[in-house]
Design a binder for this molecule. Structure first.
Ligand SMILES: O=P(O)(O)OC[C@H]1O[C@H](OP(=O)(O)OP(=O)(O)O)[C@H](O)[C@@H]1O
Ligand SMILES: O=c1cc[nH]c(=O)[nH]1
Ligand SMILES: [Mg+2]
Length: 209
């Protein structure tokens, strides 16, 4: 449990590209999905396998590995979490998607919920929550609260950049959750933005502002 910063060179290289001033919407979007893909690879590396017997190309019966009975729901936090979704679903194409809508009140920095739609049988699924930014942690804690209220028992969080303040807030409230991040940055500024960070990830993914 706790924070896992993914030091893989591809992850660090791609995150560095995302930090460059003036990056295009296209470039930012592509990298957010690529990092979503790589973080998914890391966050699922301990999924349990089972052996099944299949008929192979030559007609012989052979044992193969399958992921053991683990149903997964991917949970993008609107809006910016959608920017990682395609990359995650490339690796887990049959995952159900549960959507949580939250925005940060710019004055209080507290999350304001406006939408939720969870996959069926969510109490039987592992949730992979995706959002590029973990800043104060308010949005993530609210999402984890919602998931647990619906019976979700196993939750992993995938973020591109985390602030130490947000990591602490999430792990204090939900010590049973694992956080996978491409980086833990230095701090928040007085407006709650992560430094050095990425700026406003939602605006960069959607081309707004
Ligand atoms: O950790 P926090 O302090 O809660 O901040 C992080 C949240 O802020 C951003 O969303 P934002 O509110 O900008 O909404 P958007 O995705 O619609 O742009 C980001 O995508 C997170 O959801
Ligand atoms: O740095 C931050 C903090 C919150 N939301 C963002 O998009 N970026
Ligand atoms: Mg935003």
């Amino acid at each position: 449990m706790g924070l896992h910063v993914i030091s893989h060179p591809l992850v660090q290289h791609k995150l560095g590209l995302m930090r460059v001033e003036g990056i295009s919407t296209k470039g930012f979007r592509e990298l957010a999905n690529e990092l979503g893909n790589l973080l998914t690879y890391e966050a699922t590396k301990d999924l349990e396998l089972e052996t099944q017997t299949i008929t192979s190309w030559s007609g012989s019966q052979i044992p193969v590995k399958r992921i053991k009975g683990k149903k997964i729901t991917v949970v993008p936090i609107l809006r910016a979490g959608l920017g990682m979704l395609d990359g995650v679903l490339q690796l887990i194409p049959s995952a159900k998607v549960s959507v949580v809508g939250l925005y940060r009140n710019e004055e209080t920095l507290e999350p304001v919920p406006y939408y939720e739609k969870f996959a069926g049988n969510i109490d039987e699924r592992m949730a992979l929550v995706i959002d590029p930014m973990l800043a104060t942690g308010g949005s993530m804690v609210a999402t984890l609260d919602m998931l647990k209220e619906h019976g979700c028992k196993e939750i992993r969080v995938l973020v591109l950049v985390a602030a130490p303040e947000g990591v602490k807030r999430v792990l204090d409230a939900h010590p049973d959750v694992d956080i996978y991040a491409a980086a833990q940055d230095e701090r928040l500024n007085d407006k709650g933005y992560i430094l050095p960070g990425l700026g406003d990830a939602g605006d960069k993914i959607f081309g707004t502002k």
